[in-house]
Design a protein around this ligand. Structure first.
Ligand code: DQQ
Length: 518
């Protein structure tokens, strides 16, 4: 075990795992680190059939410090086996942390490109892996890029997207140009070690909009991810339904804002943007996403579900950070992205309850569905009349308050526009989700296409983690109920038809005690 030196390392390391495992708010079928701190997904990939998930990890405690690369493998994207830490800081350019990066296949050699942190700045580093991806050797030439581009005043410089194009490697490094906006610097290399700087792929405009806007592009782009959605690959001609997509996480002066994506066209040495979109309406609760194409050709994305409780509460709990379920990324006809949990997740379903043909309307009296639980997969097919509002309550509990209604409840709302058109809104109302006044309960919402009022709603609930998909639009967040409520209820204002509701409880993915240092 490492020597505890950080002032936040107040929980003895031999107690961390037990503390984390005892927390009723800790998800049971999402990937979490054995204990301590987890943030970004890194090196997400499938190698000879096995899925690899690396992640930003601090086993010293539930705070961001001296970051290592945790590692887990899976054969089904559902259950995960902890593997030894892949990268750990060592004397040299990553002495203060092995920050985010990617895995590429260099002619059969697994190779990591990551940000080494030293003296408060990050620079690109490389490590090569053993054939089983369990042992990693850092390149003696690290850092492989010695400094950000000369003559550019950068706000920060880190995180990598690396791909093969023709006979060369190309790399993006996330950054920002002071007084202008976020950017991604483009490089080229024949060997992943010696890189030629090409220029900024595309520069955002931080003066557009306000930092409080849900689509503000920030002063720096973290974790850039460039890929072709739909058919074809980067470098071939895109089409409306198969755009090139540049994903980034908008950051400003230490604040993690939200993930966004530009659709457009990557051609030659630049990206011509067509439109900017929000990637997930939960904002910072689905941060630093990274995606890969698996061996079946699907694009699969993971994101970091940050906590919404205080630093002190995280440290006390002994753990922090949840990895989202892997989600497929597809392009809709209009070229915007649609998301769904990978179908493999269905194998965790137990105990089906189904309802159909319900018509909700009139007074908003909640209907008890007979469904209950803190680990649930809910699928609903809905039809909303113009102006109708449907409210799906989860984690509801009665008691602890003077009113008759639930003392805690988290509510997913769908509202169809009054004009009877094909648009509506998805909202997550967390205002009653917790009696703990210190947790984040900010409003999360955004527009959703609702052709003829129809919505396919998927809600995946795993204690403090919730992932919502409404017609493929994602809203991910965290909730911290204190009363252990399990009720699921439905209510509507205006007429809402529940054509079907299918519910399952979800099994745990880990059994037995995990080790901080597998
Ligand atoms: N987290 C990493 C950085 C990245 C940030 C450090 C995003 O590499 O920019 O843990 O959450």
């Amino acid at each position: 075990m490492t020597e505890l030196t950080h002032p936040l390392a107040t929980v003895p390391q031999d107690e961390l795992v037990a503390r984390a495992e005892a927390d009723p708010l800790r998800p049971r079928f999402h990937f979490v680190s054995p204990a301590g701190w987890l943030n970004d997904p890194n090196g997400v990939s499938q190698w000879n059939g096995t899925y690899h998930l690396f992640y930003q990890y601090n086993p010293e405690g539930a705070f961001h410090h001296r970051i290592q690369w945790g590692h887990a493998t899976s054969t089904d994207l559902v259950t995960w086996t902890d593997q030894p830490v892949a990268l750990e800081p060592s004397a040299g350019p990553d002495a203060e942390g092995c920050w985010s990066g990617v895995l590429v296949n260099d002619g059969g050699t697994p190779t990591l490109v990551y940000s080494g942190r030293f003296e408060d700045r990050e620079l690109p580093c490389v490590a090569v892996g053993s054939p089983d991806l369990l042992n990693w050797t850092k390149d003696p030439g690290n850092p492989v890029i010695a400094a950000p581009p000369a003559g550019v005043d950068v706000t920060a410089y880190r995180d990598h997207c690396v791909w093969r194009e023709g006979t060369k490697w190309r790399q993006l490094v996330g950054s920002g140009i002071r007084q202008r906006g976020g950017t991604a610097f483009l490089y080229e290399s024949a060997d992943l070690r010696s890189w030629d700087y090409i220029g900024p792929l595309f520069i955002g405009d931080a003066s557009q909009g306000d930092p409080a806007d849900t689509d503000w592009t920030g002063t720096m782009w973290e974790c850039v991810d460039l890929f072709r959605a739909g058919h074809g690959s980067l470098g071939s001609a895109p089409s409306n339904a198969s755009p090139d997509v540049l994903v980034f996480s908008a950051w400003n002066d230490g604040d993690t804002h939200h993930p966004l994506y530009w659709t457009g066209r990557y051609a030659g040495d630049s990206f011509e943007p067509a439109a900017l979109h929000r990637l997930d309406y939960g904002g910072r609760f689905f941060y630093a996403p990274q995606s890969f194409e698996d061996e079946s050709g699907r694009r699969v994305m993971f994101g970091w579900m940050q906590e919404g409780r205080s630093d002190a509460a995280m440290v006390e709990a002994g753990w922090s950070g949840v990895m989202s379920l892997p989600r497929t990324v597809t392009a809709s006809e209009d070229g915007t992205l649609r998301f769904a949990p990978v179908p493999e997740i269905k194998k965790l379903r137990r105990g089906h309850v189904g309802l159909s043909g319900l018509v909700l309307g009139g007074a908003p009296v909640p209907l008890e569905t007979g469904v209950s639980g803190q680990q649930l997969d809910l699928e609903l097919d809905l039809e909303l009349a113009p102006g109708a509002l449907l409210r799906l309550g989860v984690l509801g509990s009665i008691g602890g308050s003077t009113s008759d209604g639930p003392a805690e409840e988290t509510v997913i709302e769908l509202r169809r526009a009054d004009d009877g058109g094909n648009n509506g809104t998805l909202r997550l109302d967390r205002t009653q989700s917790s009696l703990d006044p210190t947790v984040d309960v900010d409003d999360k919402s955004g527009p959703v296409p609702m052709p003829e009022g129809r919505v396919h709603l998927r809600v995946i609930l795993d204690r403090s983690a919730v992932e919502i998909f409404a017609n493929g639009i994602a809203l991910t967040a965290r909730i911290y109920p204190t009363l252990g409520g399990e009720n699921v209820s439905l209510a509507a204002e205006g007429t809402a038809k529940v054509l079907s509701l299918d519910a399952w409880t979800m099994a745990d993915i880990f059994d037995g005690t995990r080790s901080l240092f597998p």
